[in-house]
Design a protein around this ligand. Structure first.
Ligand code: GLN
Length: 250
């Protein structure tokens, strides 16, 4: 039986900066290389989604203006059902602006309050200075079985603060992370990850891409067998160069 992964890409026309779409490319290609079929459903304003048919949801980053255009639609159309799916263990990755809208709210630096769907126990407040640059984080060991060093690029005015209902994705080794103060980066709740790492994140960090695919397969097919390894020599070498360059510079 061919296994199939269905990805929902939220608001791809409004929320796609710094190569975030590359995350979809990486997920899809890593499935196809292994003979796993993969469909991508584009979810724009006004769309209705049967979240029970979705294995991985992806929500990229955007400018404050892009977020303002879709925040209400996201809250009203997707909010309750997506929140329930996340509570049920849906695999989801949300970057920057998408991460902020998964939280309780984003108060922009101009004072506009964009409501979030409250699926993640975080809130975000915009600051005058943007937090920009390359980032290296170390994930907590429980995420993928061992700590991973992930690389990415951040550019946000929002400072995100975590509540008790989430745990950080990792600890900032280089860069600003969630808020530039507490050295945390990202948030994890069940199988949903929000974080500030553009890049695109998954092509740069194939271990995380495979983690998401493996959890999605496990949920859909109860398939605990390890994913067929791919030749990631180039990706891992690039990741390592970046980690070393950033750590040495800091
Ligand atoms: N507009 C948001 C902020 O500046 C998100 C930015 C982004 O997605 N890169 O914080």
């Amino acid at each position: 039986m061919t296994r199939r992964i269905r990805i929902a890409h939220l608001y791809p026309d409004h929320m796609n900066i710094y190569g975030d779409r590359g995350n979809i490319v990486a997920l899809r290609q890593r499935c196809l290389w292994r003979g796993i079929a993969c469909d991508v459903l584009l979810v724009g304003p006004g769309a209705t989604v049967d979240w029970s048919g979705i294995d991985i949801a992806f929500f990229g980053g955007g400018q404050d203006s892009g977020q303002a255009l879709i925040a209400e639609d996201f809250l009203e159309r997707q909010g309750p059902a997506l929140r329930a799916a996340i509570d049920d263990g849906l695999v989801m990755l949300a970057i920057c602006g998408g991460y902020q809208l998964l939280g309780h709210y984003f108060l922009t630096h101009t004072g506009q309050r964009l409501p979030g769907v409250g699926a993640l126990d975080v809130y975000t407040v915009g600051g005058k200075e943007r937090l920009i640059g390359n980032v290296v984080i170390e994930t907590e060991p429980t995420l993928c079985g061992a700590p991973l060093r992930l690389v990415g690029f951040e550019n946000h005015s929002g400072r995100t603060y975590l509540g008790a209902g989430v745990r950080p994705l990792g600890r900032v080794l280089v860069g600003h992370g969630n808020n530039g103060e507490d050295r945390t980066e990202g948030a994890v709740y069940r199988n949903t990850i929000g974080c500030y790492l553009h890049g695109a994140l998954l092509p740069k960090n194939p271990q995380l891409a495979d983690h998401l695919i493996a959890v999605a397969l496990q949920r859909r097919y109860g398939d605990a067998s390890a994913l067929v390894p791919l030749d990631d020599a180039l990706e891992l070498a690039a990741q390592q160069v970046m980690v070393e360059r950033m750590l040495l510079r800091d």
